[in-house]
Ligand binder design. Structure first.
Ligand code: FES
Length: 158
């Protein structure tokens, strides 16, 4: 049995989520978000803690976590930059923004910087097409981003 990694605060949040739904499965996605927010990714220990807190099988929790691209089962950058490359954003310069971020960070989309600080991803529509091109830096959404704006965004992360 591996050691517990989730904090009392995270486990408390998961307990509140569990109580908010008639079925434990319904609390699974928000519980996984809470675990990932704390640990940075869903380690086997974090998965085990979530499973135990919700009374679910670890295999079920692992299969849900591995289904969704928003969850990471291996360590990734502490900061996550997501560039939408869907149609509206593509037509408004997302490729140039993504290229600039790749250059500045020294990574390709889907990779984490060598120092482990930043994960860069190209993603599907972020639901804010009227603000294209859109970049999500951690929880902050940036609208109408230009290549120069991408530089500013990176400075803000430091
Ligand atoms: S296409 Fe980029 S936010 Fe919708």
């Amino acid at each position: 049995m591996s050691g517990r990694v989730l904090s009392d605060a995270t486990l408390g949040e998961i307990a509140r989520l569990r109580d908010a739904y008639p079925q434990a499965q319904s609390a699974l996605l928000p519980a996984l978000h809470a675990a990932q927010d704390q640990v940075g990714y869903l380690s086997p220990e974090a998965i085990a803690d979530v499973a135990q807190a919700l009374g679910l099988a670890e295999t079920e929790v692992t299969s849900v976590a591995s289904y969704y691209s928003m969850f990471f089962l291996t360590p990734v950058g502490r900061h996550k930059i997501r560039v939408c490359t869907n149609l509206s954003c593509y037509l408004n310069g997302a490729e140039e923004v993504l290229r600039r971020l790749c250059e500045r960070l020294g990574v390709s989309p889907g990779e984490t910087t060598a120092d482990g600080r930043v994960l860069l991803e190209a993603v599907e529509c972020l639901g804010a097409c009227e603000e294209a091109p859109v970049v999500l830096a951690d929880a902050t959404r940036h609208a109408r981003v230009t290549a120069a704006g991408a530089d500013d965004l990176l400075r803000e992360l430091r």
